[in-house]
Design a binder for this molecule. Structure first.
Ligand code: DAH
Length: 337
């Protein structure tokens, strides 16, 4: 009996101290396993005299049950302790606000192009595209700018080699369209253009929108009506327009168009240099040489064309005074639009 009490005492202390469930399991083996101390004591019962056997057996069973329940109790204590620690380390506040994912949006240039395309498509224009790396012939020669034309200077144009340039204008796409489409033609061409220029009003890359209409009876009056409709839709109904004679190699006659200044309403201010007008585009009747280079008979067809920078109207409409802001990619600027 003394021996049994020792076993119980030892087991009680050991199991209480165990901090890992594997340690507790070791105690189970040590006391209750096949060669465990309690198991062995059970089998030695047979060696006791009959009269003591019953009493000892009862006692031993009690001890066995006690050890078993101590083991189960300690195991569940260890598990719940583990859970508590886990809750400390991996605690999640499901009511906390989530991390905000910022959503981007279209660049002001893209938005402006979209607006312009929408206006012109209501006037019956479709959108055409051309390559940004263009041959010398398309960019210059075909639009009536011969080899000695001043803008062909390497000071102004990015030459890739003798025959290839980064297009300086969207005008070459006029030729590409005429070569692939039969009149009546009515297209606009928004796209990137490149010139060696950089200051408050110039960036080496900028965007233009070209327009071309070719049909049997197309006049300067059609050009004027089209551009006026565009200006009113883009800038507002109250805006006025005016044509001034100008020169472009690819149109004859050529004009420049001004719109009444949106800042001062035509009264004169710094933006319009106190003239009441701001120049926004070049245009004219397509030069017969250009029609010919596009494979169209100038005896039968005529056309008008126009071209303008996209950033400048966007600047005028949104009161932006530095063109370079468009391409600095500063979110504080871009997010305003
Ligand atoms: N290509 C001219 C430029 O870059 C703009 C232009 C003027 C286009 C008159 C035209 C036009 O189609 O008729 O300055």
């Amino acid at each position: 009996m003394n021996n049994l009490n020792d076993i119980l005492k030892e087991a009680t202390e050991g199991i209480k101290k165990a901090s890992l469930s594997s340690e507790v399991e070791n105690f189970r083996v040590r006391y209750l396993g096949r060669k465990g101390r309690i198991t062995l004591a059970m089998s030695s019962l047979a060696t006791l005299p009959i009269d003591q056997r019953k009493e000892a057996g009862k006692e031993l069973n009690k001890i066995k049950q006690e050890v078993e329940s101590m083991i189960e109790k300690r195991l569940s204590e260890i598990t719940s302790l583990k859970r508590e620690n886990l809750a400390d380390g991996e605690w999640i506040d499901v009511t906390a606000p989530g991390i905000k994912h910022t959503v981007g949006h279209q660049h002001l240039v893209t938005q402006t192009i979209k607006d312009m395309v929408e206006i012109f498509s209501k006037l019956g224009f479709s959108v055409a595209e051309g390559p940004e790396i263009e041959t010398d012939w398309y960019n210059f020669e075909a639009v009536n700018m011969p080899k000695d034309h001043p803008v062909r200077d390497t000071q102004d144009t990015f030459f890739i080699n003798e025959n290839l340039v980064l297009r300086t204008q969207t005008t070459p796409v006029q030729i590409r369209v005429m070569q692939t489409e039969k009149p009546p033609i009515r297209v606009i061409v928004p796209g990137k253009t490149y010139r060696r220029d950089s200051d408050v009003t110039h960036t080496p890359m900028f965007h233009q929108l070209e327009g071309l209409v070719v049909d049997e009876t197309v006049t300067l009056a059609d050009l004027k009506g089209t551009l006026e409709a565009f200006v009113r839709a883009f800038f507002g109904e109250e805006r006025k327009t005016r044509f001034r004679p100008h020169h472009f190699a690819f149109t004859e006659p050529s004009i420049e168009m001004d719109v009444s200044c949106g800042i001062c309403g035509g009264g004169g201010c710094r933006v319009c240099k106190y003239s009441g007008w701001v120049e926004i585009l070049g245009a004219g009747m397509v030069h017969p040489n250009v029609l010919k280079n596009g494979g169209i008979d100038p005896e039968k067809y005529q056309g008008f064309a126009f071209g303008f920078g996209i950033e400048r109207p966007a600047m005028l409409r949104n009161n932006i005074d530095d063109l370079r802001l468009f391409f600095d990619n500063d979110l504080r600027f871009l997010e305003q639009f």
